[in-house]
Ligand binder design. Structure first.
Ligand code: T6T
Length: 325
């Protein structure tokens, strides 16, 4: 009898909860706006987001601009707001210029979570300033990433030599933090390393390649480069190769697309700091869903890194951290 009663209760509970899901009757639409659409980092983030959306029965919209800048991203944002998704995940391409356009989403009743990059200071929900309204910031710890890059490059160079950072443009939260973390770590712990002025490439690998060649032409003793994101690193490595110093100038890359993995195998790039963009996408959708269904969510979620070098590049356990094409 007791067993029968137990089954009966369990059955009733199942009925009740499925009844509730039906009564809600709502399938949520979550929009994901990347920094740009044709970047393996964001393509991989989309893959993680799609996996979570499938698991949760959410409709996921992925819409973005062809290149990384606020001038192209803001019209995409406005178009997405007009579609009235239930929640918005976005990688803002500028800390300042996306604040007002994102307030537009909030005014339209759409909760905002930023992924990868942030607006304002990136510290949200504190009641301070004009840019703390996003519910959560889900990303790598980019200051730490820059410090890791400095340590890796200093180790490759035996603690001495001239290096520089190849970067997108000032105002991008992620690469600003990586560069600051890199420079601070070198200053504090590696007095034998000279950090030359940062080169800004507008997320254009060809520009980054040209800059690498010019820096090399001005400094024949250039010892290393920290490529602060995928296009900066790929471009810098190509420039070094074109300048005839492939393998001689050490390159530490942020991000891990197939090309960079190939360059590690040939020795053109020494180390890649792989972010976990699929994890960012997965937790982004999960956090938005939690919020939409009445749960509280943390104002920040930090995702991981994997360091890839010649020693582990063929290890099967590493392959899941190589970005999707
Ligand atoms: O490094 C990533 C991302 O974290 C950054 O904000 C912009 O560049 C990438 O998308 C790589 O291209």
């Amino acid at each position: 009898v007791i067993g029968g009663l137990g089954l009966g209760l369990a059955g009733a509970a199942t009925l009740l909860s499925s009844g509730r899901a039906q009564a809600q009757g709502k399938s949520f639409t979550i929009a994901l706006i990347p920094g740009l659409t044709t970047d393996a980092f964001y393509i991989t983030m989309h893959r993680g987001a799609a996996a979570a959306a499938k698991a949760l029965g959410v409709n996921l919209v992925f819409q973005g601009a062809p290149s990384f800048n606020p001038v192209e991203q803001v019209p995409v944002l406005d178009a997405v707001i007009a579609r009235k998704p239930d929640a918005l995940l976005i990688a803002p391409t500028d800390k300042v210029q996306l604040v007002q356009p994102l307030q537009g989403a909030v005014s339209a009743g759409i909760p905002v979570i930023t992924v990868d990059t942030y607006i304002g200071s990136g510290v949200y929900q504190t009641g301070t300033g004009q840019a703390d309204f996003p519910l959560s910031y889900i990303a790598s710890n980019n200051t730490l990433g820059g410090q890791m890059g400095a340590r890796a490059l200093a180790k490759e160079l035996g603690g001495k030599g001239k290096v520089y950072v190849s970067n997108i443009q000032p105002g991008v939260s992620t690469t600003d933090e990586r560069t600051a973390g890199f420079i601070a770590e070198m200053k504090q712990n590696f007095p034998g390393i000279t950090v030359l002025p940062t080169q800004f490439n507008d997320d254009d690998a060809n520009k980054a390649a040209g800059q690498a060649q010019s820096v090399l032409a001005r400094n024949s003793d250039l010892a290393g480069i920290f490529g602060a994101n995928l296009f900066s690193a790929m471009g810098a490595a190509n420039g070094i190769q074109q300048g005839g110093a492939g393998g001689k100038v050490k390159v530490v890359a942020f991000d891990a697309p197939q090309t960079i993995i190939g360059n590690i195998k040939t020795g053109l790039i020494d180390i890649a700091i792989a972010q976990h963009p699929a994890e960012i996408g997965w937790f982004g959708v999960a956090a938005a869903y939690a919020h939409l269904t009445g749960q509280s969510i943390p104002p920040a979620i930090a995702t991981g890194f994997t360091i890839i070098d010649k020693q582990n590049v063929d290890d099967p356990a590493i392959q899941k951290f190589v970005y999707s094409a």
